[in-house]
Ligand binder design. Structure first.
Ligand code: DP6
Length: 356
């Protein structure tokens, strides 16, 4: 039995693509190394949370999770696990019936990190709910920092999706206010070309990869190159931060590609079948390098833990990049599929319509 009227909250949160990769974690969802990503614009998850007070006090958390209109047992279990963990932080959770309705506006299994956008949208809904129930309005900074912390507990990369622009996560001496607990937006100066950075996602394969990110992170605990990797990633983060501040776009390109290839080198040399790249992935990399050299450009590629390639370039190169993708790269994509995205401004509150 439930009483009182229900309340509905909705957030849309974008996905992100990391240039410096989070790979390996310790304790409860803390990163072994710092990371840096671009928050995307179009590729997002929209989540609505409806909550209604239960009549009787029951200790168990009650929730239903719908994905693209249908009950989704896997997401329900994942969400239940997170909410259970959050019970000491959010003691009101068992007092409510919770219903989540979530949708992605990008195709499933396209190599876009859906856990990043979905966990970010979920965390934002939970922190909004907390504010409503506790009749407590946080400052904007506190609100998003808390949402980033909660999102991190659901999925590490989701901590970064709570902010727009370029975002870092993980303590690093060269980045003021950086933390392992939550992500921090990276301040770009007005003239930085990164304000106009774009991402074309080349879908080499839509097959679900046989290595979940959680198992991938776990491989790092016993990886022979573990120590070296932590050092390399933190140094790369420091170097890319300086390169961004100094508008050194060639250096940004070099470091980003080094990170993508390092991630896969770690996968190849893991105690598991870590060969996630496909022949098409390598063809695309070759084409990008040739195109870049013959046109004197500073665009580059990055890859997550899968075969799909992100072509990162700047708005002022769009006229020459689009025909290159259509004529040279789309042939390596499954059914010629690619997604046209760019840097975005971060999550959007859909309902209730206040200025959180
Ligand atoms: C290769 O954030 O998906 O995309 O914390 O286990 O949910 P969990 O892992 P997840 O890992 C992302 C790894 C990566 C690199 C990155 O986004 O930084």
């Amino acid at each position: 039995m439930i009483s009182e009227e229900s309340t509905k909250i909705g957030w849309s949160a974008p996905s992100n693509i990391a240039l410096i990769k989070y790979w390996g974690k310790r304790a409860h969802q803390l990163p072994e190394n710092g990371s840096l990503s671009i928050t995307l614009d179009k590729s997002a998850t929209t989540t609505f949370l409806t909550f209604q007070k239960k009549d009787e006090k029951v200790e168990k958390i009650s929730l239903n999770y719908y994905f693209q209109g249908e009950r989704h047992p896997k997401f329900e279990t994942k969400t239940a696990r997170l909410l259970h963990y959050l019970r000491s932080e959010m003691p009101f959770l068992p007092d409510y019936e919770l219903v989540f309705h979530s949708e992605n506006n990008f195709p499933h299994s396209t190599g876009i990190a859906s856990s990043a956008s979905s966990m970010a949208a979920l965390a934002l809904c939970l922190v909004s709910m907390e504010e409503i129930i506790n009749h407590q309005k946080r400052s904007k900074d506190d609100f998003f920092r808390r949402a980033s912390t909660i999102a991190r507990l659901g999925s590490g990369s989701a901590s970064r999706s709570v902010f727009g622009g370029i975002v870092t996560w993980g303590c690093n001496e060269s980045i003021a206010a950086s933390s392992d607990e939550y992500a921090t937006p990276f301040q770009l100066h007005n003239g930085s070309r990164l304000n106009h950075i774009r991402d074309i996602i080349l879908i080499v394969s839509t097959k679900v990869k046989n290595l979940s990110s959680s198992s991938g992170h776990a491989l790092m605990n016993v990886h022979p190159y573990r120590e070296g990797r932590i050092k390399q990633a933190n140094t790369n983060l420091e170097k890319i931060s300086n390169a961004i501040r100094n508008d050194d776009y060639l250096r940004i390109m070099e470091i980003s590609e080094n990170e993508a290839l390092s991630l896969h080198a770690l996968l190849f040399t893991s105690a598991s079948d870590g060969l996630l790249l496909k022949p098409e992935t390598l063809h695309i990399i070759e084409e990008i390098k040739q195109f870049r050299e013959s046109n004197g450009l500073d665009l580059f590629f990055t890859i997550d833990a899968g075969p799909n390639v992100h072509l990162i370039y700047y708005d002022d190169q769009r006229e020459i990049v689009l025909p290159f993708v259509q004529q040279r790269l789309s042939r390596y994509c499954e059914n010629g599929q690619w997604i046209d995205d760019k840097i975005g401004t971060g999550p959007l509150l859909l309902t209730p319509e206040t200025d959180s």
